[in-house]
Write a protein that binds this ligand. Structure first.
Ligand SMILES: Nc1ncnc2c1ncn2[C@@H]1O[C@H](COP(=O)(O)OP(=O)(O)O)[C@@H](O)[C@H]1O
Ligand SMILES: [Mg+2]
Length: 261
């Protein structure tokens, strides 16, 4: 990791038109993200997390302010910043292998090179024994891993993930979070993860960026400066959990309900 930001977001504002009225969704967002860093953007539903991620990916444009990727302004989607969508986006009529190769089409790679690269990343996510399966023949967790392999095969500098584990059961989620940690370490990808799950943000991120709502704004950045993989039941983890819960005012000093026993 070095200190030159891969992503620089400066004085960003974004509004949407709703029924002829302009509604501010993001207000004065400033954020620098270093190479190899994993950032979790944490906030309540509707606070503008997906909007921010879509802006970073070049799928939306800012009203004012800029987003720079390696010093160049982001104006449209590119191959260096890849979005992993919530619904996986796999093509049902393509096999696992062909789904991963999909991301490499329209490049200079030969079909052999495409296959080689797809195999490398499918091996990394532990699916090299499922190459000829179709998405419908895989569990949700496996489909998610195919989507991760496809995103990584493009070898992006930045991987954007929008609540990637939200639809999975706890055990699959924990398993895939560990997979992501391993893969991220191996590929040294910069990861920007959007989540409303406090534990997920503490488990995965080097820094948790807490967003407030109406309009969406960064209210605090919390560096999680402990070694990974982290102990979900450890004291450090509880410390960060408490700190973040406090920020959302989810900790009460005394019970708000009186119980009559
Ligand atoms: N295309 C759009 N047009 C108008 N309003 C939108 C659009 N997309 C999102 N919004 C509104 O912007 C706010 C933030 O949405 P979003 O970025 O999806 O939040 P989050 O991902 O944190 O749940 C919400 O109030 C949402 O209704
Ligand atoms: Mg969202």
């Amino acid at each position: 990791m070095n200190d030159v930001p891969v992503i620089q977001i400066g004085n960003l504002h974004k509004s949407y038109e709703n029924k002829g009225k302009s509604e501010q969704v993001l207000k004065d967002i400033n954020l620098n993200i270093r190479k190899g860093e994993t950032i979790a953007i944490l906030g309540k539903s509707g606070c503008g997390k997906s909007t921010l991620l879509n802006l970073i990916g070049g799928f939306l444009t800012t009203d004012t302010g800029q987003i720079h990727f390696k010093g160049e302004e982001v104006t449209k989607p590119g191959r260096k910043i890849v979005m992993l969508f919530q619904d996986y986006g796999l093509l049902p009529w393509r096999t696992v292998l062909k789904n991963v190769e999909l991301g490499l089409e329209n490049t200079d790679l030969s079909s052999d090179q495409r296959r080689e690269k797809a195999l490398y990343y499918l091996n990394m996510v532990g699916l090299d024994d499922r190459l000829d399966r179709f998405p419908s023949q895989l569990s949700g967790g496996m489909q998610q891993r195919v989507a991760i392999a496809r995103a990584l095969a493009i070898e992006p500098d930045v991987l954007l993930m929008d609540e990637p584990f939200g639809a999975l059961d706890t055990f699959t989620r924990y398993f895939l979070q560990d997979e992501l940690l391993k893969i991220q370490k191996q590929a040294e990808t910069t990861v920007i993860l959007v989540t409303h799950d406090i534990d997920e943000s503490i488990y995965l991120a080097d820094r948790v960026v807490i967003m407030g709502s109406n309009p969406g704004q960064i209210i605090r950045e919390v560096p999680i400066d402990t070694y990974k993989p982290r102990d979900r039941s450890g004291d450090d983890f509880q410390h960060f959990r408490k700190l973040i819960l406090n920020e959302f005012e989810l900790i009460h000093s005394k019970p708000s309900i009186e119980f009559n026993i």
